[in-house]
Write a protein that binds this ligand. Structure first.
Ligand SMILES: NC(=O)c1ccc[n+]([C@@H]2O[C@H](COP(=O)([O-])OP(=O)(O)OC[C@H]3O[C@@H](n4cnc5c(N)ncnc54)[C@H](O)[C@@H]3O)[C@@H](O)[C@H]2O)c1
Length: 210
């Protein structure tokens, strides 16, 4: 998939013409740079970057293929690195700086069975976030990470019922999170309400794995 105008997604958003869609494979530096350029060209600045793309290729270490390891590290960790770099390069040239939010996971905090690839990538995102926050803080570019727990999205829809029930039993709040409950924390980190926060990791997991 190469970068280019991709109006389908933007048309599905209720933003009255204030959105554009750009196809982007986050594992391609060229695509990620083109995405940031499209945002700057269209809106005059790049204020917020959310590195959210993700895949799972779950398997125990014994069964995991090299390709399953590479794919997950590429999309999550390399994708976040490329997005953080491309966005911060533009944001540091702006007087007002910017806010970058990297989507890690509670798996990156505690490690999940059958997810050595995913847990490693998500833990790596925490290191990336903290190092990047130190590099670009001088330019008022903030870099933070979030660690969602179990959230109802297509990624978790495919989980077996018994696996889901086991996970939910570990959540003190007794339920899965909704995408909107993650989005509102991203909005907080994107906004000036978090203007003195950088290099932090916020958990959105209903109290699971505290
Ligand atoms: N759902 C959960 O319980 C949960 C928990 C913790 C963290 N997360 C993280 O939240 C983020 C969003 O996941 P989700 O649950 O909405 O999953 P999802 O499968 O609904 O969405 C993932 C999106 O990433 C996109 N994507 C995959 N590879 C890509 C690539 N190379 N380039 C560009 N886009 C790509 C997919 O097209 C998809 O739209 C992911 O980083 C995931 O790891 C999810």
């Amino acid at each position: 998939m190469s970068a280019g105008n991709w109006p389908g997604v933007a048309n599905r958003l209720d933003v009255r013409g204030r959105a554009i869609g750009v196809a982007c494979n986050v594992t391609s530096a060229g695509d990620v740079e083109a995405l940031c350029a499209a945002a700057t060209d269209t809106f005059g600045a790049l204020d917020i970057m959310v590195n959210n793309a993700g895949i799972t290729r779950d398997a125990t270490m014994r069964k995991m293929t090299e390709s399953e390891l590479d794919q997950v590290i590429d999309v999550h960790l390399k994708g976040c690195c490329l997005g953080t770099r491309a966005a911060s390069l533009r944001m540091r040239e702006q007087d007002r700086g910017g806010s970058i939010i990297n989507v890690s996971s509670i798996s990156g905090k505690v490690g999940m069975l059958g997810q050595t690839n995913y847990s490693a990538a998500k833990a790596g995102i925490v290191g990336l976030t903290k190092a990047a926050a130190k590099e670009v803080g001088f330019a008022n570019v903030r870099v933070n990470a979030i660690q969602p727990g179990i959230i109802r999205t297509p990624m978790t829809d495919s989980l077996r019922e018994d696996v889901m029930a086991k996970k939910l039993a570990e959540v003190p709040m007794g339920r899965a999170g909704e995408p909107g409950e993650v989005a509102s924390v991203v909005l907080f980190l994107a906004s000036d309400m978090s203007s003195y926060m950088s290099g932090t990791v916020l958990e959105i997991a209903g109290g699971r794995h505290i």
